[in-house]
Design a protein around this ligand. Sequence first.
Ligand SMILES: Nc1ncnc2c1ncn2[C@@H]1O[C@H](COP(=O)(O)OP(=O)(O)OP(=O)(O)O)[C@@H](O)[C@H]1O
Ligand SMILES: [Mg+2]
Length: 257
Amino acid sequence: MPTVSVLSLKGGVGKTSVVLGLAGAATVRGLATLVVDLDPQGNATSLLKAHKTRTTVADVLGHPTRETLEKALTPCDWEVAPGEVDVLPGHSSVIRFDAWAGGAWRPKLARALSHLDGYDLVLIDCPPSLGALTREALAASDLALVVTTPSYFGAQGVERAMAEIDEITKSVNPTLELAGIVVNRVRSVAEEHTYRNKELVEIYGRTTLFKPSIPDRIAVQQAEGFGQPVQLVRTAGGREVAEIFDTYLTSLLRKGA
Ligand SMILES: Nc1ncnc2c1ncn2[C@@H]1O[C@H](COP(=O)(O)OP(=O)(O)OP(=O)(O)O)[C@@H](O)[C@H]1O
Ligand SMILES: [Mg+2]
């Protein structure tokens, strides 16, 4: 059961879209997937239409016990037989766990998720910051997947995210590995995008970047609008993106094995 953190310092680069794309790819394969929504915005929770619970990830961080975890886990409205997606739902109040005072700390999410049972894949959707919540996610993960757009600030964000992963590997989670960098929303006709992509390859190496990159496709936004996985958007763009997520999933499952 690989646990994968999807993170970036920058907001709006496509973390949640990547989490949902991977969850969709996993359910098409019949896998049981859990999406952990660590973002106070709760986008993954609402897009998946997670069934309402009174207990959320905020309670789980407050009391990282098996009992609280089991109370919080909930199914969602996504129907992509034969697999299924459960959600550890987000809540705005989880923001109180994002403060980072420095110094020693004991991971709470990792403790809670150690009680998980029966999932083939766990995906953690991180908030757009490298605060204590993203640290909690990395401490609880086997793999870290960094998302960026092919832009100047995107590349800077990747550098910060890589430093954070390094830090967690050296401190609380020595088994954490970098799964790679996903470059999202690429427009092949944009020279700036080609330049930024090349720059990332030069800095981090060809093998660190997931291939192919994710193109900018309206299908990703349509999936959101329909409240469905992109795998059910029956357009050329939908199929193209779904195929890419399937390739990424194969790579993640291999790396997490
Ligand atoms: N490949 C893509 N093609 C077209 N639109 C995309 C693509 N990826 C993401 N988007 C759109 O960009 C917007 C931001 O994406 P998303 O919410 O996944 O980013 P995020 O990194 O999770 O944001 P936040 O940092 O706020 O959590 C969404 O409206 C989404 O539909
Ligand atoms: Mg998001």
